[in-house]
Each structure stands twice: as C-alpha cells, then as structure tokens.
Design a binder for this molecule. Structure first.
Ligand code: MG
Length: 178
C-alpha cells in the first residue's frame, strides 16, 4: 500500500503532466496563429507525450490501489514574443518537471517505497530526453536568429516529428505500452 503522502505527491504530478499538455496545446495555438505549421505539429505531438505521462501515473496509482485526486489545471500563457521565446519557455518548463520527478524519487526512497522508485526511473530517463528535445529547438532557433529562411527550414524539420509508436499503442490499446 502506498503511503498517503506519496499518493498525494503522485496526484500532484498528474496535475503537472496535465498542465504540461495544456501549456503545449497553448504553444500549438500560438504557432498555428503564426502559420508555423511545423512547430505547431511539434507541439501537438508534445501534448500527446504529456497526456501519456499523465496516464502512466494514473495507471500506476490504480495498480497500487491508491487514491487518485484530480485538481484544477491552471491556465497557461497563450502568447510569446517569438518562436525562440516559446521554445525557451518549453525548455524551462521541462527543467521544472525534471525537478518535480527528482523530488518525487527522493520522497519514494525516503518513504521506503521501492516500487514507486523503480516506476519513477522511467521518468528520470524520459526527462533527460524531454530537456534535450526542447533544448535542441532552442539552440537551432538561436542559430538562425531572425533569418526567415532559417525559420522556414526549422519549421519544415519540426513538421517531420511523428508520434512515438509506444504512445499510439497506448491510445489504441493495440499493445502493452512500455
Ligand atoms: Mg511530462
């Protein structure tokens, strides 16, 4: 049985993941407004990533017969000064999420809940990728600065991003998700 303190902390993390989805949905809307469809696609896929993360936490709590508490999701910002500013905000947000996951892992260890600790290892690894993905976009955008040609190419590249097969399987129930 999961300790109450840990159950609550896990529920808070569900809220963080759902807020992440909301934030990236807002960024998608921002890019749609600028007609940067590639960046909008990148964010659309990021929304699915975050919903997948939230589901993973919910499923784990169900598996542990723990209590799930859904809290209000705060409204995200809707405007940024530039595509670079939006991706910088995305990167900063992922660094915040990494901190949340680290704190949650420390709590799991302190509460002697090793099932939770092992479950959280997936997220520890995932956050390395999440930070790197957002940072790669930031670095590329800094490189092109305000050159429209560069922005056009980066937008095209971001349009190539596809949803991971693990998430597709999780949504469709086609196979056990990793
Ligand atoms: Mg996440």
């Amino acid at each position: 049985m999961m300790k109450k303190k840990l159950q609550e902390a896990f529920s808070n993390q569900i809220n963080e993941e759902l807020y992440s989805a909301y934030l990236y949905a807002a960024m998608r809307a921002y890019f749609e407004g600028l007609n940067l469809q590639g960046f909008a696609n990148w964010m659309r896929i990021q929304v699915e990533e975050e919903l997948f993360h939230a589901r993973k936490f919910v499923n784990f709590l169900f598996e542990r017969s723990a209590e799930v508490t859904f809290k209000a999701i705060k409204a995200p910002e809707m405007q940024w000064d530039s595509p670079l500013a939006a991706f910088e905000a995305a990167h900063k947000h992922e660094c915040h999420i990494s901190e949340c996951i680290n704190k949650l892992s420390t709590l799991a260890v302190n509460e002697d809940d090793h099932a939770s600790r092992i479950f959280l290892e997936w997220f520890v690894t995932e956050q390395v990728e999440e930070e790197a993905n957002a940072d790669a976009m930031v670095q590329n955008l800094r490189l092109v600065k305000d050159a429209p040609g560069g922005l056009f190419l980066l937008d095209r590249e971001a349009g190539q991003r596809v949803i991971s097969p693990t998430i597709v399987a999780d949504i469709t129930g086609a196979a056990a998700a990793g």
